[in-house]
Design a protein around this ligand. Sequence first.
Ligand SMILES: Cc1cc2nc3c(=O)[nH]c(=O)nc-3n(C[C@H](O)[C@H](O)[C@H](O)COP(=O)(O)O)c2cc1C
Ligand code: SF4
Ligand code: SF4
Length: 449
Amino acid sequence: MADLSVDFLGIRSPNPFWLASAPPTDKEYNVNRAFEAGWGGVVWKTLGSAGPAVVNVNGPRYGAIHGPDRRLLGLNNIELITDRDLDTNLEEMARVKRNWPDRALIASLMVPCDEESWQAILSRVDRTVCDGMELNFGCPHGMSERGMGSAVGQVPEYIEMVARWCKQHSDLPVIVKLTPNITDIRYPARAARKGGADAVSLINTISSIVSIDLDHFAPTPTIDGKGSHGGYCGPAVKPIALNMVAEIARDRETYGVPISGIGGITNWRDAAEFISLGCGTVQVCTAAMTYGFKVVQEMATGLSEWMDGKGYATIEDFRGKATRNVTDWQYLNLSYVTKARIDQDLCIKCGRCYIACEDTSHQAITSMLDGRRHFEVIDEECVGCNLCVNVCPVEDCITMERIEGFDPRTGAPIPAEYTNWTAHPNNPMRKEAMQFAPEPMVLENEPAE
Ligand SMILES: Cc1cc2nc3c(=O)[nH]c(=O)nc-3n(C[C@H](O)[C@H](O)[C@H](O)COP(=O)(O)O)c2cc1C
Ligand code: SF4
Ligand code: SF4
């Protein structure tokens, strides 16, 4: 059976599945139950400075986007950091750490952006209460208006400065949790590295209004007739998170920086995708809030079985394997030509592919043959966009097939060799000779292709 254990910054955990800092990790009771269920680690709900704790709203704090089957696709929240006092949290963390020595326990921190405040909290957070710290530069609501959370995460200079203070005033590993509410995620990641941070984690939640209550004309969740933006997470944000992880994983300035992947991870497959982009651990919040702590068991079993099937004995055997296949558009192979193929035995003749292609793509699907509904691809029109594959309700009914030699649509031969945009005749910025994608970077201990 595959070995799921990981060593992230010297912090060991029996599997890569950590609970993200959020309600599931708000207190000892929860964390004990999470560890009993099998979670490899937790990032405790974000701690603030000593003194009066923050105050949450006393009404609804969540909004949601559901699929047609009412499955939760996206979750929005206006919750703040922990509203329990620092001493209570630290006492509970110390007890949990003593009782669960084989699990990872990370303290998430958010205090005002001055050195004294950081020094003060760091003096309370040591190896008796946790194995490492995560700096919450991510929450986009409530705390950001007070100059914390994403207000720090959106300014690379602040990230660098605070990361440096934390490295100076503590000997714990430092993980910087990044906000996705920024144009280019590479800048904050580079700043974290420059400040000496040991790792980055991402993503925190995305600024959002999930819906407007049309009876009261107010955003949801609504507190006494008003709403404010919240932080969006859950399955809907996974694509954004994967892209941001990939950007950091393949950036020459941050290549090799340990990453804890977060954002919409709901099952083992999501986790494997983040790991294949280089993540050393993955963090989960919405899936645990939706399905309970035991969801980790399916995640661990599924990942382990998939690894066995592929012949991967450890997480390191496939970690980062997808990073080298992420490239810039200009390097994609323009000699790669595909056409859609419809399996007539699987087709239920619903016509969705026809409508999609007819109205919004390339009029490349027939709808009738001899007076009967019949859906077939016209190679002379098909550009290979695969829209039909994505709208077809029957899995694998439409597939894409690579063709070689001659493209009936263009009437031109298909080059046998790789070509790309860099030297294409239509490219006004074309180069004399075709440019190839830079060689992917490879670390010494990275698995071979
Ligand atoms: C209700 C709620 C509260 C959260 N509180 C925190 C927090 O205190 N600190 C933090 O770093 N992230 C917080 N998060 C963000 C999560 O840790 C995580 O980054 C985000 O939800 C994305 O993961 P997911 O898609 O698995 O939920 C919170 C998320 C939710 C839903
Ligand atoms: S691949 Fe695109 S162009 Fe071809 S049939 Fe499907 S939708 Fe039409
Ligand atoms: S969408 Fe799929 S099932 Fe429906 S007609 Fe097209 S190929 Fe057949």
